[in-house]
Design a protein around this ligand. Structure first.
Ligand code: GDP
Length: 296
């Protein structure tokens, strides 16, 4: 992840670092190279353009050109701008509501939604000491509810007993009632996916949200799909009230475009990153650490 972007940027900055003086022309030329590197990493064009404009404006200032270590100052400016682009601070889950706090997981098929539901449930149970229940509302895919039950057993997290023939909203209501009666702190709802964002899916998501009043509605997207991931987030965000995004497959060789464009294009924070297939492979998304990794 980010490897080729990181290489490209260190190539640009190595040339600047250690220089006693930098002209405005040199700074502008370096920034053009940064722009190319971002576009090659699949960052959305308007995001790359605006990022480079802002950074250039800050970097051609008197302070930088007159500094004794101008190259280092430019790198610092790029780093700070990257942190801002990625969302500034770690966006925590807000589960401060009367229990059970509902966490609704949405996303396309194959994004990693069911696995991520189990990962997050395990984390909330083990790290935050919450009593967590999971329920699958995916009645479209025959094995989906059973898949969540299997993951629940692996993760040591309870799942709502499966009752055949119920609609997604009926399952959501039953899950809520059951979680309330049994004193669960958190109820995680794994919803159905589709191959594409479609109106029927969006209507189903809104019906579930109306029935369960989620404290968090998290969209799971595959970081390997680059700009498509951002478009999926835009599509969901236009129809469903999202509170954040989880990027999966950050352990893969995604070029970084999804992570870098997501916040700016959708206005939603990236809250977690999936980093592998195992049920512990999930991490809070820290913009400063990610920026640090990009800049090496
Ligand atoms: P869903 O259709 O969205 O519910 O997707 P699944 O949860 O069934 O995941 C599809 C596949 O992606 C499974 O094989 C998961 O193990 C895998 N997967 C999910 N998240 C990650 C991740 O962060 N990294 C990697 N490498 N694989 C993941």
């Amino acid at each position: 992840m980010f490897d080729s972007l990181s290489d490209r940027l260190s190539g640009v900055f190595d040339k600047l670092r250690g220089r006693g003086a930098l002209s405005e022309t040199e700074v502008r030329a370096a920034m053009r190279e940064v722009r190319v590197a971002l576009l090659e990493a699949d960052v959305a064009l308007p995001v790359a353009r605006e990022f480079v404009e802002e950074v250039t404006e800050r970097a051609v200032g008197e302070e930088v050109v007159r500094s004794v270590t101008p190259g280092q100052m430019v790198v610092k400016i790029v780093n700070d701008a990257l942190v801002e682009l990625l969302g500034s601070t770690n966006a925590e889950l807000d589960l401060n509501t009367s229990p059970p706090a509902v966490v609704m997981m949405v996303g396309l098929q194959g994004s990693g939604k069911t696995t991520t539901t189990a990962k997050l449930a395990k984390r909330l149970k083990e790290k935050d000491r919450k009593k967590v229940m999971m329920a699958s509302l995916d009645v479209a895919r025959p094995a989906a509810q059973e898949q969540l039950a299997v993951l629940g057993r692996q993760a040591g997290v309870d799942t709502l007993p499966i009752v055949a023939g119920q609609s997604p909203t009926d399952i959501a209501k039953r899950a809520l009632e059951s979680a309330r009666l049994q004193g669960y702190d958190v109820l995680m709802l794994d919803t159905a996916g589709r191959l594409h964002v479609d109106q029927q899916l969006m209507d189903e998501m809104n019906a579930i949200a109306a029935a369960s009043k989620p404290a968090e509605t998290l969209l799971v997207v595959d970081s390997l799909t680059g700009q498509d991931a951002v478009n999926v987030a835009k599509g969901f965000g236009a129809e469903v009230e999202l509170s954040g995004v989880i990027l999966t497959r950050m352990d893969g060789d995604a070029r970084g475009g999804a992570a870098l464009s997501m916040r700016k294009v959708t206005g939603k924070p990236i809250k977690f990153a999936g980093t592998g297939e195992g049920l512990d492979a999930i991490e809070p998304f820290h913009p400063d650490r990610v920026a640090g990794r990009i800049l090496g």
